[in-house]
Design a protein around this ligand. Structure first.
Ligand code: RB5
Length: 152
């Protein structure tokens, strides 16, 4: 599995901790930045990761900002992205089993490196169960594809 990972200025240290975890598991990743503490706009980083996942360059993505919320809102604007903001492993694991989440988000101002690593580990290891859940994801896909472009 290859992971697309990115963060904003609030989460550079936590991104490094998650990369160290991925290294320890020999999981490949592409780091889309940011890499410094200069203030940046998180939607740009969500866009990079969402596009890498949708293009098939990476199977899944991880996005980290201050809360995980801005990243998840941004990533979910892309049809086919199912991004979840999680602060504990249970939701992260169930988001894989039931929702086939393909982008995990969390907040560096919410969780520490230890908890974030457990969230990531649970999410990476959990598998989508399909079955009755696919019917619901198909409804989400229908809703996505029927959305009209916003009037300018
Ligand atoms: C940046 O200050 C902060 O707004 C951002 O990291 C994130 O928490 C947004 O959702």
């Amino acid at each position: 599995m290859k992971i697309a990972i990115a963060c904003d200025h609030a989460a550079v240290d936590l991104k490094e901790a998650i990369k160290a975890y991925l290294d320890s598991r020999l999981i490949e990743y592409i780091d889309f930045g940011t890499n410094g503490t200069e203030s940046v706009d998180y939607p740009h980083y969500a866009e990079k990761v969402a596009k890498a996942v949708l293009a098939g360059d990476c199977e899944r993505g991880i996005l980290i900002c201050g809360t995980g919320i801005g990243m998840s809102i941004s990533a979910n604007k892309f049809a086919g992205i199912r991004a979840v903001a999680c602060s504990e492993p249970y939701s992260a694991i169930l988001s894989r089993r039931h929702n086939n989440s393909n982008v995990l988000c969390f907040g560096a101002r919410v969780v520490g490196a230890g908890l974030a690593t457990l969230i990531t580990e649970g999410w990476i290891n959990a598998a989508y169960e399909g079955g009755r859940h696919q019917r619901r994801l198909d409804i989400i896909t229908r809703i996505e594809t029927q959305q009209l472009p916003h009037e300018q």
